[in-house]
Design a protein around this ligand. Sequence first.
Ligand SMILES: Cc1cc2nc3c(=O)[nH]c(=O)nc-3n(C[C@H](O)[C@H](O)[C@H](O)COP(=O)(O)OP(=O)(O)OC[C@H]3O[C@@H](n4cnc5c(N)ncnc54)[C@H](O)[C@@H]3O)c2cc1C
Length: 401
Amino acid sequence: MSQNSHKFDVVISGAGPSGSKCAEILAKAGYNVALIEKDTTWRKPCGGGVSSRIFKYFPQLRKINPHRIKSIGMYSAEFDELKFSWESMRDDSIVMDRLELDTTIRNVAVDAGAHLFDNHLSYDFITKQGKNIGIKTKNASGSEEFIGKIIIIADGMSSKLAVKSGLRERWDIHELGLAKCAIMEGETSLDKRCIHVFFRPYKGYGWIFPISDTKFNIGCGTFEDANLKFNLNHIYEEFIRDPHIKKILSGQDYKTLWSAAYPLPAKGVKKNSLYGENIILIGDTAGFVSPISGEGIHPSIVSGKVAAETAVKALEEEYISKSILKGYRRDQNINKIIQNFKLKRSMVEFFYENDGENLSNMLKLANQNELFRETVVNMFLFNAAPSKEFFAKIKSFAANN
Ligand SMILES: Cc1cc2nc3c(=O)[nH]c(=O)nc-3n(C[C@H](O)[C@H](O)[C@H](O)COP(=O)(O)OP(=O)(O)OC[C@H]3O[C@@H](n4cnc5c(N)ncnc54)[C@H](O)[C@@H]3O)c2cc1C
């Protein structure tokens, strides 16, 4: 083995939420883990909104006292509003600056014993007799090789390794969401404990998530066929200048502290691409982002955890093979996510029909009928599947109004 070649039990490419969670669990189980990251100073373009479920996976977050959120305002394209507060529930959702969130989560993995290789860009596999046995990386001083019994690909949306592994193809533009966001600072009349989500008249949504008393994350995006019909910069400008948004952000001058655009998977988990002989795809790389809402932090962490547990099993049995790694795909939490995303996908066309008319009527109806309102809240916030009557009610409301 050359000086630039390192041997590990598991090599993980990408130290975002999914890769870091995975590394933490493997390191805690006593395995030698390389966590390869291209740049720990990169802030992932993201709204940074996460449900309280994250505390189960990262109780450490309580200590840094993240910005807590107690309610949501959902708006249709016509700006019908539905508010819901979870004040009485045990835990709050949070909004975090992704740089801080990712650094915290990554440090948990490092504290557990994972070896972090920062400023290492993974670009290819090391192959031996037709099998991928490790990852090649580039850094300022040249290239390095990381050999592992198991390779985990967690380097996000634009993962080249995922495609090179042969497990999945490059994303098609219709499988994606495209979003632009910014962190802004300034005085607002915004309820600092409320996140706002704005459905648009095309497949897309906008958001305003407060991060602190003076800072907020604002963004919007498109998905699927709307990606080709709308210019992202244009709809972003249109969104932040909309009179309804101006009413919420009533201050005069907002300073943009940071802004960026990035794609995200929009069609759910690539369930047939999750594992190979000794490779597992997790997080965004494998499509763990909820269609419609774009929520991906929590599902990515779950995928990282389950992948790690599956890898531990394989390493304990000293038998790394597809038949063991399929335990990842078969896990009940992964299955639950896949089913939930499938349900969300099946509602997209209905909601966005006629420039978001059904979404608009859904919110109107929810404001008139308490039981219906509960169904809407349970569906959007707690992943409950609505009945067939739910859709029929929206249609009949449209017919009668
Ligand atoms: C604009 C936008 C807004 C979003 N808002 C939300 C939100 O509010 N709430 C929510 O839950 N989800 C949101 N998401 C989705 C969420 O950001 C992702 O689902 C989540 O970050 C996935 O985590 P991950 O670890 O799989 O991937 P990532 O967070 O993308 O992490 C991948 C890591 O791999 C590293 N990397 C990439 N390439 C390489 C390479 N070649 N070599 C080494 N390292 C590499 C990256 O630097 C990064 O650290 C949003 C997404 C976008 C694009």
